[in-house]
Design a protein around this ligand. Structure first.
Ligand code: GLU
Length: 211
């Protein structure tokens, strides 16, 4: 079921994240994307339908400098496999980036509330609701915000979330799908499995159900 990668450290995040996505390619996917938080505090994303090579081609023409990054290979369940539906998904203010593997079964209920409260959705995915929920509920503590949101989600998910206002933090959560943390020195990794970061560290922690 596709792949997810996260990185915070001192290396070039884009290179680490793309390397991880490449090693997760065997899991199958229909599109791919990355978000990197720059030293200027701006979250930059690139997303592309098709093979990782398509994304890498786009990235060759644009630099995404930064030491915090998240990446995703998608297997579409909600919305066609297009550039627009590829992850990461952002909130209205482009301050929150979310990647997600799995399905959020109650997303239609959540969408009704978000639409009524004026959020502008830019994809057909179930995933995007999480970015808007973070936007609504964030009060300075991303981990607490994501923990609260997970209680309102039904289905299966690995979620990896970055927020512009917390430039040293990537928050992840899982239910019914696998997620592993890689422990480095002055850097940490997230991956759907250890192959995502095996080139950097062999120390890993499995994330428990609903952790
Ligand atoms: N349900 C999400 C989507 O369709 C994530 C699919 C996945 O890659 O696991 O975009």
């Amino acid at each position: 079921m596709c792949g997810i990668v996260g990185y915070v450290g001192e290396q070039d995040a884009l290179e680490v994240v793309l390397g991880g996505l490449r090693r997760l390619e065997y899991r199958g996917y229909d599109s791919a994307g990355v978000a990197v938080l720059g030293a200027d505090g701006v979250l930059r994303t690139e997303r592309k339908a098709g093979k990782l090579a398509n994304l890498e081609k786009e990235l060759a023409e644009e630099s995404l400098p930064g030491t915090l990054g998240i990446g995703h290979t998608r297997w579409a369940t909600h919305g066609a496999p297009t550039d627009r539906n590829a992850h990461p998904h952002l909130d209205c203010a482009n301050k929150v980036a979310v990647v997600h593997n799995g399905t959020i079964e109650n997303f239609e209920q959540l969408v009704v509330g978000l639409d009524a409260r004026g959020h502008e959705r830019r994809s057909d995915t179930d995933t995007e609701v999480v970015a808007h929920l973070v936007e609504e509920r964030y009060a300075g503590d991303l981990a607490a915000t994501v923990r609260g949101i997970c209680k309102d989600l039904e289905g299966s998910f690995v979620l990896v979330v970055a927020h512009q206002d917390e430039p040293d933090l990537v928050v992840a959560a899982r239910r019914n799908l696998p997620l592993v943390v890689g422990l480095g020195e002055g850097e940490n990794f997230l991956g759907s499995d250890v192959t995502a970061f095996i080139a950097h560290t062999r120390e890993a922690l499995a994330v428990d159900q609903d952790q």
